[in-house]
Design a protein around this ligand. Structure first.
Ligand code: HEM
Length: 458
């Protein structure tokens, strides 16, 4: 393909990018507004395009075959960029998101059983209990006052992950984690100066000191919980499993510092994304009463008013389709980490030079004109078994793909089905009249300024 054509392409038809930094507002569920106005129209139409940024050219891979090349077939050629690993490293140390090479491989192997189906089944009753307790709180709300659903979903997913990891009530940890993450996010904003030699090192050292300070309380608490587990082994929570885990090949356990890094990674990666997905689900249902009615019918049929359990999850097929379709239109992580080509390569016929940054962007792949029928329409039925047959596996990548696919995907999906089924049985959520939802895209994508909604009893 001709890269220059792609660079100069007009934007998506009917899609005018807002002036810089202005919020992007959605007027309908199927509004094609992009949270990434820098990505040009051609990215949604061609397999791979080359674009320019302030720090040079980069490649956007939208085609499922191209995604497969980067994430699976030639994965050894595409490690995460050094820059991104350093930034994530400030937050997560040597946790799975920020490590690479042998360290990542050994830790991923060691941790896999703690995220496998039997472990997720053990966490599920806690998730169901937390969803029920949360529903009871919503039931006490005074009528006529909107709640911030994005905030509430964050608190609920924090509570659920706290219980899965520590088998403990998450309130205190949740407060510390929220303060830590917000402070750390503010401290890790990237600027042009981060690309200037010497100044970049000074900025990184300052950033590390600030993040260490905001995480100090949390680190002390995690250290105490690790020490408790070491003194009394045998627990089934995620932390106990990580402490007890041994690498299947070498028999080596993780050190306390490594366990700490994994725990902070799991906390951050595991609640913010799930909360974003749940927020978009409530938004989508409020916009599409027809979909909501089908969901309610399924809940009535499968559960008949009782609360869901782990055993119900496979039977709540339409709930799962609503979740899948919401994450297609609003992927919680709309762009995965940038990868860097170690050697020159070719993706879908486009030459990739050695050293070039390569981006796989779920937002783009999920709305690719060549692979989805009416890509901007919200249609959960497209995820039925029949409609999914024949769709390329790599056309749908909310959890990434290949060896670095999200380790928590099945935990997250189980959690979302249980939370959706518990709450949608009791409530329907509605936006205040005239309220327009805006998208905020940092690492995750969530409603800007929260998601005010009325919680109505069904
Ligand atoms: C809807 C919820 C979630 C979404 C959309 C999501 C999305 C993703 C994506 C796209 C990646 C790959 C990033 C890349 O290739 O650059 C990833 C990795 C990861 N996720 Fe998730 N995630 C979710 C929930 C969770 C949960 C619940 C946990 C843990 C309990 C978790 C832990 C992780 C970890 C540790 C990694 C790094 C894996 C590795 O590099 O080996 N995520 N996630």
């Amino acid at each position: 393909m001709d890269a220059r054509v792609a660079e100069d392409s007009p934007r998506l038809a009917g899609w005018s990018p807002p002036p810089e930094k202005a919020p992007i507002r959605l007027t309908r569920i199927d509004d094609p507004q992009s949270p990434m106005p820098q990505i040009v129209r051609a990215a949604y139409e061609r397999p791979v395009i080359r674009q320019m940024s302030a720090i040079g050219p980069f490649y956007v891979v939208g085609d499922p075959e191209g995604v497969k090349r980067v994430f699976l077939d030639n994965v050894a050629n595409y490690p995460k960029t050094e820059m991104e690993r350093r930034f994530f490293g400030v937050l997560f140390g040597n946790g799975l998101l920020s490590s690479d090479g042998d360290t990542w491989r050994a830790h991923r192997r060691t941790m896999a059983p703690a995220f496998a189906p039997p472990a997720v089944a053990a966490y599920a009753p806690g998730m169901a209990d937390d969803a029920r307790a949360f529903a009871e709180r919503w039931a006490q709300l005074p009528p006529g006052e909107p709640v911030d659903v994005a905030h509430d979903m964050t608190r609920l997913t924090l509570q659920i992950i706290s219980r899965a990891v520590f088998a403990t009530d998450g309130a205190a940890l949740g407060d510390m984690m929220e303060a830590g993450v917000n402070g750390a996010m503010a401290a890790t904003q990237v600027g042009v100066l981060d690309f200037v030699p010497l100044i970049d090192k000074w900025r990184m050292a300052r950033r590390e000191a600030r993040v260490a300070a905001v995480f100090a309380d949390l680190d002390a608490m995690v250290a105490r919980l690790i020490a408790e587990r070491e003194a009394a082994p045998g627990g089934t929570d995620l932390l106990s499993r990580l402490i007890a885990a041994r690498d299947g090949e070498t028999g080596v356990a993780m050190t306390a510092q490594e366990v700490r890094d994994q725990v902070v990674t799991i906390f951050v990666a595991g609640h913010e994304t799930t909360a974003a997905a749940m927020s978009w689900i409530w938004y989508a249902l409020s916009q599409r009463p027809d979909v909501e009615a089908k969901l309610h019918a399924e809940l009535g049929e499968v559960l008949g008013g009782r609360d869901p359990t782990h055993e119900d999850v496979p039977n709540l097929a339409y709930a799962r389709m609503v979740i899948d379709e919401t994450m297609r239109l609003y992927p919680p992580a709309p762009g995965t980490s940038t990868r860097q080509a170690l050697a020159a390569d070719e993706i879908c016929g486009v030459k990739i030079p050695k050293g070039a940054p390569v981006c796989v962007v779920p937002w783009v792949t999920h709305r690719h004109r060549a692979h989805w029928d009416q890509p901007d329409r919200f249609m959960p039925e497209r995820f039925s078994k029949e409609a999914s047959a024949g769709r390329p596996r790599y056309a749908y990548i909310p959890f990434g793909a290949g060896p670095r696919v999200c380790i928590g995907a099945s935990l997250a999906l189980t959690e979302m089905v249980l939370v959706l089924a518990t709450l949608a049985q009791r409530f329907r959520l509605r936006l205040p009249p005239g309220h327009e939802v805006a998208i905020q895209h940092r690492v995750t994508m969530r409603p800007l300024g929260g998601l005010p909604m009325f919680v109505e009893r069904r």
